[in-house]
Design a protein around this ligand. Structure first.
Ligand code: NAI
Length: 339
């Protein structure tokens, strides 16, 4: 009886061991010392699925890493110096690379106003990722996401390592905001409000589909629509020159990374809206589009169609497409002119 129990325990132990070796997950944050980078790194340190956390920034990443490394969870945290070899080491072996590097908005700015500064930052980090972590899932947070995601794609294509299933623009914050704003109106628990948001990540390219939620009566609620599309401006205004959303964005980025890790570790049916290389509007010249995406061990498992929407929502999608096309072309043109 005892012997049998010991044997069982041994088998259970070896199962546990093989499961844990299979589930080793290195996650890298580029821009880890910033307003988003720090709380995002903190949340990743609290995630037991992350076993190795690599933090890189042009300033203070070793300091942030030293601080976070004292938190009593098992993952190893390493901060890297801002040198090419530091960046390469931060990226090597990463399963997920999150990129919140770059400048945030000030009052009166659109996300597109950030293009001139952030395009080259994202291009250079993408070059390093293509060389040192060509198989990683790349999660782009730096704005304007509608243009920075195509920039990463062009760099990876140029280096012959582009895998459209592993490149994501993080639009989770739009989904998070939509569910929270709806729950405030309807006096419900936001966890029960799954609002699909499609399109892109700025202004009119953000299209919430309330007709597909449990509150189709919210279609046509102009105030709510405006809040979802321009919710980021509320934060920019309230911070009064000191930046844009950082804490809610960190939560959204950590949630998306967690969804990818769950899917990579075999969980089925993990679906998140995200901005990906998508067939949905390619016939209209739009190479990237955010819709519900099922995640899996290879990254993108299945891109969902938009589905049934109202005529009013169709008008929003049409406006989105026109803007999105220009944003995407701008990113592609940038890499062509500044390779
Ligand atoms: P921040 O200025 O507080 O932090 C940016 C960090 O990036 C800084 O620590 C800076 O040193 C670092 N950095 C700059 N150049 C770098 C490089 N070449 N390599 C590595 N690190 C570099 O800005 P914050 O508030 O964290 O925002 C970051 C970006 O995220 C902005 O572009 C912002 O617009 C965007 N954002 C995106 C959202 C989304 O929903 N996708 C939501 C909110 C912000």
């Amino acid at each position: 009886m005892f012997a049998a129990r010991r044997a069982l325990t041994g088998a259970a132990q070896s199962r546990a061991f093989s499961a844990s070796t299979r589930d080793l997950s290195k996650v890298t944050v580029l821009g880890a010392a910033g307003g988003i980078g720090q709380p995002l790194s903190l949340l990743l340190k609290l995630n037991p699925r992350v076993t190795d956390l690599a933090l890189y920034d042009i300033r203070m990443a070793p300091g942030v890493a030293a601080d976070i490394s004292h938190i009593n969870t098992k993952s190893k945290v390493t901060g890297y110096d801002p040198t090419p070899s530091g960046l390469a080491a931060a990226l090597k072996g990463a399963e997920i690379v999150l990129i919140p590097a770059g400048v945030p908005r000030k009052p009166g700015m659109t996300r597109d106003d950030l293009f001139n500064t952030n395009a080259s930052i994202v291009r250079d980090l993408a070059k390093a990722a293509a060389e040192s972590a060509p198989d990683a899932n790349i999660l782009v947070i730096s704005n304007p996401v509608n243009s920075t995601v195509p920039i990463v794609a062009e760099i990876f294509k140029g280096k012959g390592v582009y895998n459209p299933k592993r490149l994501f623009g993080v639009t989770t914050l739009d989904v998070v905001r939509a569910s929270r704003f709806v729950s405030e109106i309807k006096k419900t628990d936001p966890k029960d409000e799954n609002i699909t948001v499609v399109g892109g990540h700025s202004g009119v390219t953000i299209v919430p589909l309330f007709s597909q939620s449990s509150h189709p009566d919210l279609v046509g609620n102009a105030e709510l629509l405006n809040r979802v599309q321009f919710g980021g401006d509320e934060v920019v205004k309230a911070k009064d020159g000191a930046g844009s959303a950082t804490l809610s964005m960190a939560m959204a980025g950590a949630r998306f990374a967690e969804s990818l890790l769950r899917a990579a570790q075999g969980e089925k049916g993990v679906v998140e809206p995200t901005f990906v290389d998508s067939p949905l509007f390619k016939d209209q010249g739009v190479e990237f589009f955010a819709s519900k995406v099922e995640l899996g061990p290879s990254g993108v498992e299945k891109i969902h169609e938009i589905g049934k929407i109202t005529a009013e929502e169709q008008k929003l999608v049409d406006a989105c497409i026109a803007d999105l096309k220009k944003n995407i072309e701008k990113g592609v043109a940038f890499v062509a002119q500044n390779p």
